[in-house]
Write a protein that binds this ligand. Structure first.
Ligand code: CUA
Length: 360
């Protein structure tokens, strides 16, 4: 029986060792790098991992050796009682301390490069600055040339940046704590209300890098995805120009309740409603969620007292969610800046879409 247990123990340890060796290989083999901070983190991980292998084998080996060599052989046997071994104890205490010191130094170095791009260590000024604001449950981005020159360009959910340039992200939150995390680009940075945390990026490879909010922030935390689109510098400049050109034609609704709306297009409204930009469907899905179900909104609006029409109520609810709070729901859960993201046509389209759901 004892022998069986011993064999089992050996087998289990062997399995753990094989698993530990096999597991991180894909992560290490993954050569593509998003930029300075990501590759620093990757090499730190590799160093820690390979330092831990001999430590693991030594400790587990000694443990196994002692278990086998000094096991009790007779029922009434009392093993030798050993007091200790001062030189040995000093050795492993000092050795552990040295290892921890090395790891501390390497970690402090990797942390520091998070805040200052390696490629441009002597010149800490960014080519592009983006204010990143998290909120339940999406991300807004505001673009600045250099550090302060406004472009007026804003995006939601998808962050577009140039490769091969220094990009500074100033990360904050509008409501609760979130965490901005795109694993291939950099480590997690918390988004804390009333405070700016920074992340420096200098991405080598153009492409789309995905990430997500890494701080549990409410019912739709899982929905708080991040797309980082990295364009060649010239393509990025064109993209920024195009966005600025569009901007001059876009007249946001704000909290305007008076201007008559144009005729809405339900199909286009449906696209807007389900777009990740506006993210309406995340809370207003087929069933009641963080907000009432999409299909019930227009019907509820039709029975609302104190409004001239269902359209008027829907318009107010979209532009000013807390003007009237639907019982059973927290109006603060809904972003109150849809007026900055919708023009009259977009608003009319969404109202038309919601109305078309009711009559289906
Ligand atoms: Cu935001 Cu989780």
């Amino acid at each position: 029986m004892n022998r069986q247990a011993l064999l089992l123990g050996w087998a289990a340890l062997l399995l753990i060792a094989v698993w530990a060796l096999a597991l991180p290989q894909p992560a290490l083999a993954h050569g593509s790098t998003g930029g300075a901070s990501a590759s620093d983190i990757r090499s730190l991980f590799a160093i820690v991992f390979f330092m831990s292998i001999p430590v693991f084998l030594l400790v587990e080996g000694l443990l196994l050796f002692s278990v086998v060599r000094y096991r009790r052989r007779r029922a009434d046997e009392l093993p030798d009682q050993v007091e200790g071994h001062r030189p040995l104890e000093m050795t492993w205490t000092v050795a552990s301390f040295v290892i921890v010191l090395i790891l501390f130094g390497l970690t402090a170095y990797a942390l520091q490069t998070d805040y200052k791009v390696k490629a441009d260590r002597n010149d800490g000024s960014p080519d592009l600055t983006v204010n990143v604001e998290g909120y339940m449950f999406n991300w807004d981005y505001e673009y600045f040339i250099g550090e302060e020159t406004e472009t007026g360009v804003q995006t939601t959910r998808r962050l577009t940046i140039p490769s091969d340039r220094n990009v500074l992200l100033k990360i904050t939150s509008r409501d609760v704590q979130h965490s901005f995390w795109v694993p291939s680009l950099a480590g997690k940075v918390d988004a804390v209300p009333g405070y700016n945390n920074t992340m420096w990026l200098n991405v080598d490879e153009p492409g789309v890098y995905t990430g997500n909010c890494a701080e549990f922030c409410g019912a739709n935390h899982w929905e708080m995805m991040i797309d980082v689109e990295v364009l060649e510098p010239t393509a990025f400049d064109l993209w920024l120009q195009d966005r600025q050109a569009e901007l001059s034609e876009f007249v946001p609704m704000g909290t305007d309740m008076d201007t008559p709306l144009p005729a809405g297009d339900a199909a286009r409204g449906g696209e807007l409603f389900h777009s990740t930009d506006l993210n309406c469907a995340a809370c207003h899905g087929a069933q009641d969620g963080a907000g009432p179900a999409a299909g019930s909104l227009a019907e509820d609006a039709a029975h609302m007292e104190g409004y001239d029409s269902a359209d008027e109520y829907l318009r107010e609810s979209i532009l000013m969610p807390c003007a009237y709070e639907t019982p059973g729901y927290n109006c603060n859960m809904m972003p109150d800046d849809y007026g900055t993201k919708l023009d009259a046509q977009g608003l009319a389209d969404i109202i038309e879409y919601l109305t078309s759901l009711e009559t289906e």
